[in-house]
Design a protein around this ligand. Structure first.
Ligand code: CO
Length: 203
């Protein structure tokens, strides 16, 4: 891993802004007036899964919420507020729930070790595991189990988005809203579709 000083971050920023302004002089002025993203991304906090970069979107094109293991918990006002703002105010057309293989949060949820406070958050993943226990046969090694749980967790969280009052109300109002379940592979940088245009009725 390279080591980068905090000063370098600010220098990087200055160069980045300059580069964009050179290519498109109005870029920031236009964005400052309004944002109109069509996509909401709900992903993992993992530093290796940078939302905008992996789908090639610019500032202003992706509304983002990230937390450990990309969970959508029905009582999480933080996540729900993001969804509500994205749907009701920004009128996004697509919500993408994106997990990733090799997720530390998922692994920690089933490794039977103690992890302190975060166990209360990971408990939601344990619940997904318990709900789908029959999908995990004895032949699977630890990594295979974790990867399958990464997939099931995406489907479960996409379902939670669909079942939220926000999305149900929006759909009743005729808001054209599509929910997607995707998973990202750390070792090749490729996204796969697990649930296309889900309406929350799978599983
Ligand atoms: Co993760």
């Amino acid at each position: 891993m390279r080591s980068i000083t905090i000063d370098q971050l600010l220098q990087n920023n200055a160069r980045w802004a300059e580069r964009i302004k050179t290519a498109s002089p109005d870029f920031f002025a236009q964005l400052a007036r309004q944002q109109a993203p069509e996509y909401l991304w709900i992903g993992c906090s993992d530093s290796r899964v940078p939302a905008n970069d992996i789908v090639g979107l610019l500032p202003g094109e992706l509304f983002v919420h990230r937390n450990v293991a990309n969970l959508v918990v029905h009582t999480d006002l933080n996540c729900l507020s993001v969804i509500q703002y994205a749907v009701d105010v920004l009128k996004v057309k697509h919500i993408i729930v994106c997990g990733h293989y090799g997720c530390g949060g998922i692994k920690a949820a089933i490794d039977k070790k103690r992890h302190g406070l975060i166990e209360n958050w990971l408990r939601h993943i344990e619940d997904v595991y318990t709900k789908h226990e029959q999908e995990f046969d004895r032949q699977m090694n630890e990594e295979q189990r974790a990867d399958r749980l990464c997939e099931l967790n995406v489907l479960e969280q996409a379902n939670n988005v669909c079942r939220s009052t926000i999305v149900r109300d929006a759909r009743e109002r005729g808001h054209d809203l599509t929910v997607h379940g995707w998973i990202y592979r750390l070792d090749d940088g490729i996204l796969s579709v697990l649930a296309h245009a889900t309406n929350g009725e799978h599983r």
